[in-house]
Structure formats: structure tokens, C-alpha cells
Write a protein that binds this ligand. Structure first.
Ligand code: FES
Length: 572
């Protein structure tokens, strides 16, 4: 084993090493500083205000046991945490801030490796971005989904059923009292959302990238096996440090393609696109929007999970789990890219049984034939836009209709239920000013509520287009991440109510039916460009001045790439 990074703090007999050692002598054994034992941070996103991750302190204790057992020294390191349902104005505004803060703390501290404890939507992306930039041995513990709650005898899917039930209230099918009653039944245990939302998807992504112990993703948070696997993860990080196995060796281009294939097969969140692009950017991996379309296009949807299907994460686990599902299309995965164990991800895809083929469909009878995220281009999205076909209405994937434009979320909320709104089921709802720079922070508002008068007709889906994102738990024929965004000069700012929009997902196009000359002659809607107030201080100011487009991951320009693990100067 080469010299440990932590020896740069603890090794030697000078005043600096004295200081580093002395302040850490609070129960650690004498040989903790002899240069043979790796010091390992547990980057812990546990927080009472990130309810999906609140159990991670208990998880950390089990990771610590595994580290001790394997001869390492564990250090619990609380890091910035983001509760998706709690933080305003949107958790995505803070993803890059969390990643930057974690990156700096990993660099600054005397550690040789890191265990990344995440769960709720933005936490695993931020942790992976940070670990990718520092590039010390790293491994993910996905916090796991909660178990299923029920309301009036029916299972409730987090998020997905909030959207469904609230639309039923607006259409008059459910009373508001019943809706509020369901609130107490939805969250039944520790863990993150139990649908194939963004948190579940990012656990799948972490595993397919090779960054978890294989077979970990999808283990329910209250399941005893989550703690066993956490213990094993503690052992594994010690082995990784001895083998000098780093994120840049694990997360190579083929690993990202594996992740894209896995997301398609499980019907994963559209948010995985922007997160995968950002992680790849930190590693210098040349991943583009086109890779998502190319790699995911022919992948069948095998997971019958909400929001694309019917069941919940607990059901996936009892039906055999992620590896059993992906094992059915094992030939699609790279045999080159390795996992945290040093062996290829593909090696772990054999020998698993499917116990419930209603939950895990076979490739011969999938839920959908071509489930990958589709990437659209055209005069409305020159740099690209995305749509999740598995969550859409098949008949609407080819559509032509007049635009109804909203310049901001506030504009949408003020007018959507206006009985005089000029809207029909053929109308295309457009929401702009919701991109990374325009909102700022790219909120999950692309799944616009349908106008009340449309709901009252019994219609449950319309084509919707925005430069924002949508919750991974949402569904509908929803075009997202339109790039460039309106606030960055994209043509979305030029659309007028009444323009004809042409959506053609089979041919991957998104256009306004007007000439190039007419489009060039228009001036951007002032409201959509200036709908946001330019932040004057703090993170938001830094963010708006440096954030990149969704088509490349919405990272800050100066955070793309790696910082490495070397810190040369010393303060004492
Ligand atoms: Fe945390 Fe859904 S709100 S995972």
C-alpha cells in the first residue's frame, strides 16, 4: 500500500503533526496515527429537516462497525443536506452548493476515503459530484425507500398519489377533507419516497455506475438488511483504499451508459439526466444528451412501478430486486466498467430469480418496448429537451396544438383555473422562466396542473412544455429541460399564445410552426426573461452568474472538472 493521504497530517514529529494528532486523541487507540490505518469519513446527510435521511445516523453507526472491523478509523462527517419537500425556493438551487461544500470538506480533512450516505433526491447527486471531483476512494450507501402506506385499503405512492389525489379534488371527484386525511397515511416509515421517483432512481444510478455494493439499491430503509449492507460497505471502503480504487476508475463512460440503461429499464426519473451529466462533467467523461437517447432507446420498461406503472419500491424488493430486474437484460450492460469491488457490474447480473412477474416484467412482455428518455431537438429547443415516454400518454407523443404560454409559476397559478381560460384538450401548455438561471434553480414545476375546466371534462393529460424539471414521481406528456432556457435567450422566450407547437417524439423533434425569419424577428417576452429578481448576494448570486444549461448538467462553470485530493499549504 502506498502512503496514506492522512499521513500528510498525522505523520512525523513536528509541531504540525503534533497538533493534528493531539486534538484527535479523544478515545482513538494509539496506533490510529501510525500510518497503517486508513481514516475514513462518513459523509452523512442525516438531518431532521431532511426527513427522508433522518435515519442515516443509525446507518452511520453500522458503517463505522464495518470500518473498525476491517482495520480503518471511521469519522462521522455531517454534510449539507437537502430535504426535497422542505427547502425553498427549490432544492435544486442548492445541489451545487452542497456538492461544493462536501468537495471542500473532503479535500480539507485528513481522510483517505469516504462513505457517502444519501437518500433524498439531491443528496446522492451532490455526494457523487463531490467525490468525483476529489477522486479519493468513495462508496455510496443508499438510504433506502420507505415501506408502503395505505389509504382506504389502497397503497399510496409518495408524490405520485399526491398529484393524483389533488387533481381528483380539483375535478370534484374527492373531497378536500378526504385528501387531507390521506396525508397521515402516506409516510409510514423511515426512508425516502417509495415510488420510482428521483431518490429511488439515483440509488439505481449509483449502483449501475458501480458506486455501491452490488445488490444494495432498493433495500427498504427499515429492512434489517440495509444495516447489514451498511456494515459490509464499511469493510469495502477499507479494501478500496488498500487497492487505491478511485471514482475515476469506476465511473467511466461505459458506467454512465450502464446507468442510462438501468434508468430506462426501471422507468426512472427524468432528473437523472441532469444529475448524470453533472457527475460526468466532474470526471471529464464526455457524456452528452445524445448518449441518453442512443443508449436508452431500445431498452424495455421492466419495472411495473409508479409513476410509470402500478407497484412501489417495497414490491420491487420482494419480487427479486434490482439485480434480478436488470439481469433479464444483462447482455445490454458493459462488461468493462468495474464496481467498488473491482469486478464488473455485469458480473453481478446473473443467478437472480424473479419472484413476481407482475412487478418485474420480462423482456418478452415489458410494460413498454422503448422506455429510455427521449431527447428532442428543433427550433423550440436547439440544444435539446427531454421527455419520459414511459410516463406519457402514447397518443400524445405525436401532437400538434396551439400554445398557451405562462411566463412564470406565479402566472400559471394565477390563471390556470380561470373559467375563461382559452384552453382545450389540444392546447399545449408552456411554462417558461423556470430554467436553472430563470427561476433561479430549475424547480420541479414542469408537471403543470391541468386547467380545472379540462379536468372537469374528464381529461387527465395534456402536452406540457417547460424549461424546468418535474418531480420523478410525476407523470404525463411533459417536455422538460428545454435548452437554452428562456432566461438564457432560448426560443422558448419567443413563443406566443396561439403559436402552433409540433411535438413528434418518434422523430425526436420539437418545433414551433413558424418560419425562421418570423422567429428571428421576434423579441423575447420581457416577462419571462425578467420574471426572476436578480439575486444580489449569497449563493443565489453566485449561482445565477455561473450556472450552465440543463443540457450539460446545470453545474457551475467553475465547478466542472476535478480539484483532486492534494492540499499543499498548512495553517499552523
Ligand atoms: Fe425525499 Fe421524495 S421527498 S425522496
Amino acid at each position: 500500500m502506498s502512503e496514506l493521504r492522512s499521513a500528510g497530517w498525522y505523520g512525523g514529529n513536528d509541531r504540525n503533526s503534533f497538533i493534528h494528532r493531539a486534538w484527535m486523541r479523544r478515545g482513538l487507540p494509539e496506533d490510529a496515527f501510525d500510518g497503517t490505518k486508513p481514516h475514513i469519513a462518513i459523509a452523512n446527510t442525516a438531518s431532521d429537516l431532511t426527513p427522508c435521511n433522518a435515519h442515516l445516523n443509525e446507518v452511520s453507526e453500522h458503517v463505522q462497525k464495518g470500518i473498525w472491523e476491517a482495520g480503518g478509523i471511521p469519522h462521522n462527517l455531517p454534510v449539507v443536506s437537502l430535504g426535497e419537500t422542505q427547502v425553498k425556493p427549490t432544492a435544486m438551487l442548492w445541489r451545487n452548493m452542497a456538492a461544493m461544500a462536501i468537495e471542500e470538506m473532503l479535500r480539507a480533512n485528513p481522510i483517505d476515503g469516504v462513505v457517502l450516505l444519501g437518500g433524498c433526491d439531491k443528496t446522492i447527486p451532490a455526494l457523487l459530484m463531490a467525490a468525483a471531483s476529489v477522486n479519493i476512494p468513495a462508496i455510496v450507501v443508499p438510504g433506502g425507500p420507505m415501506i408502503t402506506g395505505t389509504f382506504r385499503g389502497e397503497p399510496l405512492g409518495c408524490g405520485t398519489d399526491v398529484w393524483r389525489l389533488s387533481e381528483e379534488v380539483r375535478s370534484g371527484k374527492l373531497s378536500n377533507k378526504q385528501f387531507i386525511e390521506s396525508e397521515a397515511s402516506m409516510i409510514r416509515s423511515k426512508g425516502h419516497c417509495n415510488t420510482m421517483g428521483t431518490a429511488s432512481t439515483m440509488a439505481v444510478v449509483a449502483e449501475a455506475l458501480g458506486m455501491t455494493i452490488p445488490g444494495f439499491a432498493g433495500t427498504p430503509a427499515p429492512d434489517a438488511r440495509l444495516l447489514s449492507l451498511s456494515h459490509e460497505t464499511g469493510r469495502q471502503i477499507v479494501e478500496m483504499i488498500h487497492a487505491d480504487r478511485r471514482p475515476s476508475q469506476i465511473m467511466v463512460k461505459e458506467s454512465f451508459i450502464n446507468a442510462i440503461i438501468a434508468v430506462a429499464a426501471v422507468g426512472g426519473s427524468s432528473n437523472s439526466v441532469v444529475h448524470l451529466l453533472a457527475i460526468a462533467g466532474r470526471l471529464g467523461v464526455d457524456l452528452t444528451l445524445e448518449d441518453f437517447d442512443r443508449a436508452g432507446r431500445d431498452i424495455p420498461l421492466l419495472a411495473n412501478l409508479a409513476p410509470s406503472g402500478k407497484f412501489l419500491m417495497d414490491d420491487l424488493y420482494r419480487a427479486g430486486g434490482l439485480l434480478a430486474l436488470l439481469g433479464q437484460i444483462s447482455e445490454k450492460f458493459s462488461t468493462v466498467s468495474i464496481t467498488v469491488t473491482g469486478k464488473p457490474f455485469a458480473d453481478y447480473l446473473t443467478g437472480h430469480d424473479v419472484f413476481d412477474d407482475a412487478v418485474i416484467k420480462s423482456p418478452a412482455a415489458p410494460l413498454m418496448e422503448h422506455a429510455g428518455i427521449a431527447v428532442l431537438k428543433g427550433n423550440l429547443a436547439p440544444n435539446g429537451a427531454i421527455i419520459k415516454p414511459s410516463a406519457a400518454t402514447p397518443e400524445l407523443l405525436t401532437h400538434r396544438g396551439p400554445a398557451l404560454v405562462f411566463d412564470s409559476v406565479e402566472d400559471l397559478n394565477a390563471r390556470i383555473d380561470d373559467p375563461n381560460l382559452d384552453v382545450t384538450p389540444q392546447t399545449v401548455l408552456i411554462l417558461r422562466g423556470c430554467g436553472p438561471r430563470g427561476y433561479p434553480g430549475m424547480p420541479e414545476v414542469g408537471n403543470m396542473p391541468l386547467p380545472k375546466k379540462i379536468l372537469e371534462l374528464g381529461v387527465r393529460d395534456m402536452v406540457r412544455i417547460s424549461d424546468g424539471r418535474m418531480s420523478g414521481t410525476a407523470y404525463g406528456t411533459i417536455v422538460l429541460h428545454v435548452s437554452p432556457e428562456a432566461a438564457a435567450g432560448g426560443p422558448l422566450a419567443l413563443v406566443k399564445t396561439g403559436d402552433i407547437i409540433i411535438l413528434d417524439v418518434p422523430n425526436r423533434t420539437l418545433n414551433i410552426d413558424i418560419s425562421a425569419a418570423e422567429l428571428a424577428s421576434r423579441t423575447p417576452s420581457v416577462a419571462s426573461v425578467a420574471a426572476y429578481a436578480s439575486p444580489e448576494r449569497g449563493w443565489a448570486k453566485l449561482y445565477v452568474e455561473h450556472v450552465q444549461g440543463a443540457d450539460t448538467g446545470a453545474d457551475l462553470d467553475f465547478l466542472i472538472g476535478s480539484s483532486g485530493d492534494k492540499v499543499s499549504r498548512e495553517s499552523h
